[in-house]
Design a protein around this ligand. Structure first.
Ligand code: GRF
Length: 189
């Protein structure tokens, strides 16, 4: 059995998909961590009665904000950290502490299109294959060992909205499935 936290800064559609997928699981979503108190992910957590931890980067350094994660993780005995649209870069120190226990999802076939607006950039570049990547996190931006990738072929008639919808549908199905396997088997060494 694993306890996991989800980190999210925005819309929270992956957070919601994960919450629903693990509702009856022996693996437990113990808290949402966010740097954005007003974001939809926080509103969903509050509505669902999921404990919320807000970390503020305004008051000082990233290290100070990350001290907030450590406190929360101790309190909730967190085994794994699941990033789902978390828009902050984690420090090398934090990443080392949770080596092979922090997982991220990214809406491109990494190493192509790391960073923001990945789907739009891949679409505008005319890529024939688009998709998602689930990976362990290191201290870089969307780097770290790849766990799972899934692609699809873009049909000529597909517009950006359709491509985005397809990418997100894959994310919402694949992320909980892959997480369940990781939680079942424990962190990779
Ligand atoms: C997703 O596309 C995810 O791959 C990326 O950020 C987006 C978050 O979307 N890391 P949401 O907040 O889960 O809707």
């Amino acid at each position: 059995m694993a306890n996991f936290s989800v980190f999210a800064s925005g819309r929270g559609s992956n957070f919601k998909a994960i919450h629903q997928a693990f509702a009856d699981s022996h693996h437990k979503l113990v808290c949402l961590v966010s740097d954005k108190a007003g974001c939809p992910a926080v509103a969903y957590a509050v509505d669902q009665g999921i404990p919320v931890v807000i970390v503020s980067y305004k008051a000082g350094s990233r290290e100070l904000a990350e001290a907030g994660y450590h406190d929360a993780h101790k309190k909730y005995a967190v085994d794994f950290v699941v990033l789902a649209g978390y828009m902050r870069l984690l420090s090398a120190d934090f990443v080392q502490r949770y080596e092979n226990k922090i997982i991220n999802i990214h809406p491109s076939l990494l190493p192509a299109y790391p960073g923001v607006d990945s789907i739009k950039r891949a679409f505008e570049a005319g890529e024939q294959y688009l998709g998602i990547t689930i990976h362990y996190v290191d201290s870089g931006i969307d780097t770290g060992p790849v766990i799972y990738q899934e692609s699809f072929e873009r049909l000529p008639a597909m517009d950006l909205d359709e491509v985005e919808e397809r990418v997100h549908n894959i994310e919402h199905r694949a992320y909980p499935e892959v997480l369940a396997v990781i939680f079942d088997t424990g962190p990779s060494k």
